[in-house]
Design a protein. Structure first.
Length: 138
C-alpha cells in the first residue's frame, strides 16, 4: 500500500511539473519576407500532439530563417527548438527555447547552418528528454 502511494505521488508530481514553465500559448510574429524557400516540412506528433509547417527561407540579403507557420503543440517545461540529423536528439543544435506552443514565429539561422545535414526540426523537452514532435525538411 505504501509503495502504491509513493508511485501515485511521483506520478502526480511528474504530471504537475509538465505544466510549469511553459512558453507563451500563442504568438503571431511578423514573419521575414522571403525571396526563396529552401526546404520545408510538416510537423508529426511524437509524445505530444504537434502540428503545423516549418520551412527554411532566405531573404533578399541572404539571411536564413527557420519559419514556423500554424504551429501547435502541448505545453511543457523546458521546451526547446533543436535541429538534428535524426529524431533522437543526438548531434543536435539548439536554436533556443520554443517561442510559443501555437502560432507563427521564426528563428534566424547562423550562415553556416547546413539544413541538408540537420534536416530534422525537433520540439524537445530537455528536462525530461522527451520528443514532443518533429518535422523533416525536404
Amino acid at each position: 500500500m505504501k509503495k502504491n502511494i509513493v508511485v501515485l505521488f511521483c506520478g502526480l508530481f511528474f504530471l504537475a511539473s509538465c505544466k510549469k514553465n511553459t512558453p507563451p500559448t500563442f504568438v503571431n510574429e511578423i514573419l521575414p519576407s522571403a525571396t526563396t524557400t529552401l526546404a520545408s516540412g510538416i510537423f508529426v506528433s511524437s509524445a505530444h500532439t504537434t502540428s503545423g509547417t516549418v520551412k527554411i527561407v532566405k531573404d533578399s540579403v541572404n539571411r536564413r530563417f527557420l519559419v514556423f507557420e500554424n504551429f501547435k503543440t502541448d505545453g511543457g517545461p523546458d521546451l526547446r527548438t533543436w535541429v538534428s540529423p535524426n529524431n533522437d536528439g543526438s548531434n543536435s543544435q539548439e536554436l533556443g527555447f520554443l517561442k510559443a506552443t501555437a502560432g507563427n514565429f521564426s528563428y534566424e539561422l547562423d550562415p553556416s547552418f547546413n539544413y541538408t545535414t540537420n534536416n530534422h526540426v525537433l520540439i524537445w523537452c530537455r528536462q525530461f528528454a522527451v520528443l514532443f514532435g518533429y518535422a523533416v525538411l525536404n
